[in-house]
Design a protein around this ligand. Structure first.
Ligand SMILES: [Cu+2]
Length: 188
């Protein structure tokens, strides 16, 4: 039994030249790295949207209705994929709130605190301070321009070509190695 197994393994060894096996294993290893990397690259492209920030200050003295300025700027325009995350910072000496008129978000800011909200749908969004009803602001959200989407995906950190190149080389190597393997086996 043991002798027959040994003979079989010798026969297999003779039929699979080591360099060919190494090429095959290396190719498969390259594929196992390149394919998940390529897939990951495809998904990170989506994740790079919504990175920019627009700032709104709750100015010093905003608690006083005669201050004239409360949220500054009171009206801002942001663009999805460019600067659609708005950060409010309370620079006054008392609490203020940022409450959407449609109640989709609300927060109370103590002096020095910030509140962050990311707008994902184009439209005009009015908000106010529920403590000081004379404090009002609005955010106009514009849809992502098609050119900004393109530049975001192409500047996604990792260039596309090397990954595609590795996949093509690895697939070619696997096919070639398999072909040589079959030819070698048939000859033996
Ligand atoms: Cu207020």
């Amino acid at each position: 039994m043991a002798a027959r197994n040994k003979a079989a393994s010798v026969r297999i060894k003779r039929r699979l030249p080591p360099p060919l096996v190494i090429v095959l294993i290396a190719s498969l290893a390259a594929l196992s790295v390149a394919i998940p990397a390529a897939i990951a690259q495809g998904t990170t492209t989506v994740g790079t949207i919504n990175t920019g920030v627009a700032n709104v200050s709750i100015v010093s003295g905003a608690q006083n209705p005669n201050n004239g300025v409360f949220y500054s700027p009171a009206s801002i325009t942001v663009v999805i994929g460019v600067n659609n995350t708005v950060v409010w910072t309370n620079h006054d000496t008392t609490n203020h709130t940022v409450v959407a008129v449609d109640n989709s978000y609300s927060d109370t800011l103590a002096p020095g605190q910030t509140f962050t909200h990311t707008y994902t749908t184009a439209g005009v969004y009015n908000y106010h301070c529920t403590i000081h009803t004379f404090m009002m602001g609005s955010v106009k959200v514009l849809a992502a321009p098609s050119s900004s989407t393109t530049s975001t995906s192409s500047s996604g950190g990792i260039p596309e070509f090397p990954f595609e190149g590795v996949v093509v080389i690895a697939v070619t190597a696997v096919v070639l190695a398999s072909y040589l393997l079959v030819r070698q086996t048939r000859r033996g």
